[in-house]
Design a protein around this ligand. Sequence first.
Ligand SMILES: [Fe+2]
Length: 108
Amino acid sequence: MLVDYINQLHEAMAKGHGKEILGKILDELIRYAKEHFQREEDHMKSIRYADFASHKQEHEIFIKEVSDLHAKFSAGNAMLSVRVSKFLKDWLVNHIMKLDRKLAAASR
Ligand SMILES: [Fe+2]
């Protein structure tokens, strides 16, 4: 789902959609990410995951970064679309490939 939102965002940017649509996608991305991270954090607690604190901190940094980007975007920062797409893509690839995989391995 996170990947879906990022693809939606890319597509909307590529089609030259306006602030309203991009802002709505960012809103949904933030809301979905919060729910998803909460579920993952509950799961980590339930298995007494050793890396809980550092993994949760990554989630918090992501939410803060996306919220900051959303605020700057709403204020009219023209360069934001490039920053958004690069940041989101890099973060997701890094987080899913490393931390979420490590958690999945520990959950088996
Ligand atoms: Fe995670």
